[in-house]
Design a protein around this ligand. Structure first.
Ligand code: SF4
Ligand code: SF4
Length: 224
């Protein structure tokens, strides 16, 4: 069995779902497992197991949710020392609503491609600054619990980005990250609180997975 145990708090491993159908699964080994451990393990699994994506841009035409981690990965934060979510989002984000829920996703070109995709070379033009969703996407089927864990991390980290944006906008007397718009006037930051709120934004990786998952999913993730 091909698996990665780069850290001892969780394992990500190749498994056979049905005859000849391989995918990956995740098992939690310790209550101390964090979002950063998850990212490290999936990166190591990709390095050990997956072919690279050269010549394919299949998933760079899909919706890519933005998260608080992506602000910290961004060129704006890392190189320009920027500290305003609104300034960064004005450059990188499309705003949508699912019902009343705010959805921040990466900007797309009119043809549906991510705005960072180099369409000629079929590769990411900002590999070092790509999103958490891009970093944790493996071109393999995943188990139900692996899918649920990735979903809960990304959704929670997106909610934390929305919450921090709404607080920043309120402090600056604004209701949108685009000048002259007010699309976020009705949104309430309290609706987006989760465990990512318990530490400064740059410490997102230290968020314990146990604080993001409900009891049922956690029990599933602990199973052998
Ligand atoms: S993850 Fe898969 S679909 Fe996406 S670019 Fe790589 S090979 Fe293509
Ligand atoms: S950020 Fe890069 S890897 Fe992610 S969807 Fe855009 S082009 Fe693709």
């Amino acid at each position: 069995m091909n698996e990665n145990t780069a850290n001892k708090t969780l394992r990500i491993f190749l498994t056979e779902f049905d005859e000849g159908l391989f995918g990956y699964d995740v098992q939690i080994l310790s209550d101390a497992a964090t979002v950063g451990d998850y990212l490290d393990a999936i990166n190591a699994f990709q390095t050990d197991t997956m072919a690279d994506c050269i010549g394919c841009d299949g998933c760079c035409h899909e919706r890519v949710p933005l998260t608080i981690a992506d602000f910290c990965f961004s060129r704006y934060y890392q190189q320009d020392n920027g500290d305003k979510l609104a300034v960064w989002l004005a450059e990188v984000a499309d705003l949508q609503f699912f019902g009343e829920a705010v959805d921040l996703q990466i900007k797309h070109k009119p043809n549906g491609a991510c705005y960072l995709l180099d369409e000629e070379r079929k590769c990411c033009s900002a590999h070092l600054h790509r999103t958490f969703a891009c970093r944790t996407h493996c071109c393999l089927p995943r188990s139900e619990r692996a899918d649920a864990l990735r979903g809960v991390i990304i959704n929670s980290a997106e909610d934390d980005l929305v919450r921090r944006l709404l607080l920043e906008l309120a402090a600056d007397g604004k209701s949108d990250f685009i000048e002259g718009e007010s699309r976020l006037q009705a949104a309430n930051p309290d609706d987006y609180i989760n465990a990512f709120a318990n530490r400064p934004p740059q410490d997102w990786a230290q968020t314990p997975l146990i604080e993001l998952t409900d009891g049922e999913l956690w029990q599933e993730l602990l199973k052998d």
